[in-house]
Write a protein that binds this ligand. Structure first.
Ligand SMILES: C[S@@+](CC[C@H](N)C(=O)[O-])C[C@H]1O[C@@H](n2cnc3c(N)ncnc32)[C@H](O)[C@@H]1O
Length: 384
């Protein structure tokens, strides 16, 4: 399903992927240097105290020329990436849509609901500068938003998720298999599945299970279904639905052994999170597992300057819930939904890619912006 790039489009993507890696590896650490060397001392001199929270840090950093330059370059890299992906996809939109249609024809494993109403936190936002976000259809049966997302993820992550952009899902499958060897799920639910980058590895790792992959965006589901078929993965059902309210006729109580989300919560809302955790609790069978992979939550152990840098997406990358989401007490939310605190856990899941040469760590050994390993925060709970 992948769009066919021309020579120049490959060159443009490679340039942008490397620009992003350069910004993350060489320039981003400079923010901490200017913070310690001039922004923090200047604030202390005037205020007579240190920063109280990440918001104060951000307001002070806004006047710093180094931060301004890094931030502007990062924003520009994202805008250029969207433009590059979109122009590549739109010139072949008819071929991509036809290819998806041929793979999706008569499939009972793709269930779309054209009457689905999008929640406003999705309808009103062009997430990460993606024109029309995940859901917009330019022509009937469109997959172009997903084709743009699929190809452009390589640029945004600098290739760190591996050739299939599935390093997260493969890491999760590995984590669950090795950490909970007795656990053998038959029905797995992936909420906010997107085009299935991280649902496919679960289906591959648990071939006797059925994965039900839910998203609100029809272009992502059409493309994801066709992509899974093209990859020979038959045990995924793609369903268009709002994870806040899943129809009990199609999604009965206690009907799943595992409910997964990957990089999902930050694109919802506070109210939606509460509802979705309640749905997860309802849908899990006793003894079932829920597992969530996200960027790390902010807590008092994380320096304020790091919290502020991680907040960048909320202000400059059209991720309006990002900042609030990373400050939310997710354990409290899970407890309110019915999960027991003594059955909750958290930790880190490391990206899993076949070939380290395709996932070249930066020369300093850091593969993401903040000097930590390419690992995601994972939290979850067992039901009862
Ligand atoms: C950042 S993408 C992550 C996609 C996927 N989990 C992955 O790891 O590649 C977030 C996805 O969540 C979907 N989404 C957000 N809110 C949703 C909701 N309430 N119900 C279903 N899907 C939702 C969006 O449409 C989008 O495709």
């Amino acid at each position: 399903m992948f769009p066919e790039p021309s020579h120049d489009e490959i060159a443009r993507y490679n340039f942008l992927a490397n620009l992003n890696r350069h910004l993350a590896t060489y320039l981003s650490p400079g923010n901490r240097v200017v913070y310690e060397a001039r922004v923090r001392p200047a604030f202390r001199a005037v205020a007579g105290r240190d920063f109280r929270d990440r918001h104060e840090v951000r307001r002070a950093m806004l006047d710093d020329p180094f931060f301004q330059e890094w931030s502007a370059l990062r924003r520009n890299a994202m805008e250029m990436r969207q433009q590059a992906g979109r122009s590549m996809v739109l010139r072949q939109i008819d071929a991509l849509n036809a290819r998806a249609q041929a793979l999706n024809d008569n499939a009972g494993t793709l269930r779309l609901d054209p009457s689905l109403e999008l929640p406003s936190y999705l309808a009103k936002v062009d997430h990460h500068c993606m024109p029309g976000s995940y859901h917009t259809e330019l022509v009937p049966d469109d997959v172009s938003a997903a084709a743009n997302y699929d190809s452009g993820l390589f640029v945004t992550t600098g290739g760190a998720l591996g050739p299939m952009s599935d390093g997260g899902g493969r890491a999760v499958a590995d984590f669950v298999r090795t950490t909970f060897p007795e656990f053998s799920p038959r029905r797995i639910l992936d909420l906010g599945c997107g085009l299935g980058h991280n649902a496919v590895p679960l289906a591959q790792a648990f071939p006797d299970a059925v994965v039900v992959a839910v998203d609100t965006a029809a272009p992502m589901l059409r493309y994801g279904h066709a992509r899974a078929k093209a990859l020979g993965v038959e045990n995924i059902v793609f369903v268009q639905a709002n994870a806040e309210r899943l129809d009990p006729a199609e999604f009965p109580d206690a009907s799943f052994d595992w409910v997964q989300t990957t990089m999902f919560w930050h694109e919802t809302s506070g109210t939606a999170m509460r509802r979705i955790f309640e749905e997860i609790h309802r849908l899990l069978a006793p003894g079932g597992l829920t597992l969530h992979v996200e960027q790390p939550q902010y807590d008092e152990r994380m320096p304020l300057v790091e919290q502020m840098l991680r907040d960048w997406d909320a202000y400059y990358n059209n991720e309006p819930f990002w900042s609030a989401m990373h400050g939310i007490d997710v354990r409290g939310l899970m407890e309110d939904a019915g999960f027991r605190p003594d059955r909750m856990f958290d930790g880190y899941v490391r990206a899993k890619v076949d070939d380290e040469a395709r996932n070249p760590a930066s020369p300093t050994g850091a593969t993401e912006d903040h000097g930590r390993a390419a690992a995601w925060y994972a939290f979850g709970a067992w039901k009862n």
